[in-house]
Design a protein around this ligand. Structure first.
Ligand code: FES
Length: 176
């Protein structure tokens, strides 16, 4: 089992992050993200580690981690796949994409695929409404204008531990 500790190099990075902010409390978000990237989720021991490292009350760190959906206090499967079903995406294929994933992967009531590899969640607006529907992988890679075929390709890549490549946002349609 992975020990819940930061390496000396990671501690130095955290100190460098703290230097960018007026108080150590202000650095909690990037340090939580760093911890999530390292440990996969923000379990109670990881939250305690972040609190101890920053010298903050554990309740403050937990409050931030449980407020923002990008932080995972538990991980239900290897890959988190979020489909935006908010306003625009919902009307432009996001709902159908969600239904497609549901049927194809046999998602349970928690959104976990029957093989336990993928954890699907519906996302609120991801800020790219002009390229619907949008899918986000692990909170850090966005895929635009996703069709069922494109989703299949993304999932196939993830099975091989390949994140989808960075896509630049397609050019905006100018308003007339
Ligand atoms: S509604 Fe999906 S990105 Fe805005």
């Amino acid at each position: 089992m992975q020990s819940v500790a930061f390496t000396e190099e990671e501690k130095a990075r955290i100190e460098a992050i703290c230097q960018r902010y007026p108080t150590r409390q202000s650095a909690v978000m990037p340090v939580l993200w760093m911890a999530q990237e390292k440990f996969g989720s923000l379990s109670a021991p990881v939250l305690r580690l972040v609190a101890d490292t920053l010298g903050l009350p554990p309740a403050h760190v937990e409050g931030v981690a449980t407020f923002y959906t990008m932080y995972l206090t538990e991980r239900k499967a290897k890959w988190l796949v979020e489909i935006c079903t908010c306003f625009t995406c919902g009307e432009c294929g996001g709902r159908e994409l969600w239904d497609y994933a549901h049927k194809k992967l046999g998602l349970n009531e928690e959104g976990v695929s029957s093989d336990g590899v993928f954890w699907f969640r519906e996302a609120e607006c991801l800020g790219a409404c002009d390229t619907p529907p949008v899918v986000q992988i692990e909170g850090r890679r966005m895929v635009f204008s996703v069709t069922p075929e494109k989703l299949d390709q993304v999932l196939e890549g993830l099975r091989k531990a390949e994140l989808p490549s960075f896509e630049s946002v397609p050019p905006r349609t100018p308003l007339s």
